[in-house]
Design a protein around this ligand. Structure first.
Ligand SMILES: [Zn+2]
Length: 199
């Protein structure tokens, strides 16, 4: 379920959060509370566990998300995007680390030892009931683990000139430059055309 210290599905959730904003197209898929609910429903891996550090609150029922939650998650999205953008730039990786550490501190992140069946594992949870704090603790600690185990260059922004979507490369060789195969294909077609076009 978990590789090293990060859960790939949580890493992907962080990337998906950052990519709810498409800066070049000017599209934002996180403008309403309903869109936030859809995002969370689509990412159960960042759901706080029932026994999480919510001080024993059991089954809080259907999520009551508010405009405040939306504003906080949007602010987190900005942090996550900046981390993904800056980590890839060598000179800025220290800045990305500072952003992560600051975000973890503000989310009141703390390590938790968990047990299920015969398996033990540690994860980072938030000592806060805020939905955004749980997301911040989970996502930022996952990105921190990727940086610590694979290096900051694994976080990046798509090289597609009209894309700028973010990605995290968890592959073995770590040579990813584009967010998706579609973008990589588009770029290779464009390069082919520009080679063929008369100068
Ligand atoms: Zn792309």
């Amino acid at each position: 379920m978990q590789d090293a210290c990060y859960d790939p599905s949580v890493v992907q959730a962080a990337v998906d959060l950052a990519n709810t904003l498409r800066p070049i197209k000017g599209e934002d898929a996180l403008e309403t509370v309903e869109q936030l609910r859809d995002f969370l429903d689509g990412h159960p891996e960042v759901e706080p566990p029932a026994s999480a550090a919510t001080h024993g609150q059991q089954g809080t029922g259907p999520r009551q998300l508010t405009r405040a939650d939306l504003a906080e998650v949007r602010a987190l999205r900005e942090t996550v995007r900046e981390v993904l953008e800056r980590a890839d730039a060598d000179a800025d990786a220290v800045g990305a680390a500072a952003l992560i550490n600051d975000g973890l501190r503000r989310s009141r992140a703390l390590p938790v030892l968990r047990h299920e069946g015969d398996r033990w594992w540690t994860e980072v949870a938030s000592d806060s009931d805020r939905r955004s704090a749980h997301l911040a603790a989970t996502m930022l600690s996952a990105l921190a683990c990727v940086i610590a185990t694979l290096g900051p260059a694994r976080l990046g922004v798509c090289a597609g000139p009209t894309c700028r979507a973010t990605f995290v490369d968890l592959s073995r060789n770590g040579s990813k430059q584009y967010c998706t195969r579609t973008c990589a294909h588009r770029a290779s077609v464009a390069a082919y055309r520009s080679r063929r076009s008369p100068r």
